[in-house]
Write a protein that binds this ligand. Sequence first.
Ligand code: MF3
Ligand code: CO
Length: 262
Amino acid sequence: MNYGERIAVRSRREFELMREAGRHVAEILLKLREIAKPGVSGSELEELASREIQERGLHSSFKGYSPGGLPPYPAVLCVSVNEEIVHGIPGSREMREGDILSLDFGVNCNGFHGDSAVTVPIGKVSGEAARLIETTRDALYEAVSVMVPGRRLSDIGHAVQARAEADGFSVVRQFVGHGIGRQMHEPPQVPNYGRPGRGPRLQSGMVFAIEPMVNAGTERVQMLDDEWTAITEDRRLSAHFEHTVAITEDGPEVLTKIDGSH
Ligand code: MF3
Ligand code: CO
């Protein structure tokens, strides 16, 4: 890991603004979950997300985003189904009973970003799918629990990996969590694996987006021709959970969580 870059520490005022961004993301994701049923299409989910952004006077963190020469991301929402790991582009395909659907969503509110993702079952899903979802969420919260001042950055990824592998699943290496603030992606990168006790010490005021991607089979990734959608090499299932989390003197504060959230 390159730990050279500076990690921002937020002021009280900035913290307030990030809370607001996080709350919008949480509220909109809950609305999306409500319509995530058999028959709903990615485009319908995108439309709802886009309308909410407009009505609330927000900006999308995702739409037009173009890191390292990739084509600009064309939507405000990522919709990744079954073997799709992340960055699935919403389209006309309809959800079917037994699918698992990852919704990843971010907004810019008053100059600060919030970023969160959840994987939901569509109707009744297989035992393996249900366990994968539960483990991935648990892995996220294992990571959140070590986000206290004085711990080290690599403790986060270690916590994710330990939980995922204990349950017989694998963690994706190719995509990582990230610092978040005025930019959606800020230093540091936050891998979902690694040895504990490495890297910078966590300080009160740092805010990270923690986003484990956990696979039922191999951790290996393949990219689709759209240059965005990542899928599992073995086409087995993948789940993704994400929260924007602030480190405070009183412990971790999950900025993208409200009542009823993941
Ligand atoms: N949570 C994802 C990430 O941090 C969302 C990015 S979607 C993109 O990578 F389109 F904006 F890239
Ligand atoms: Co993210």
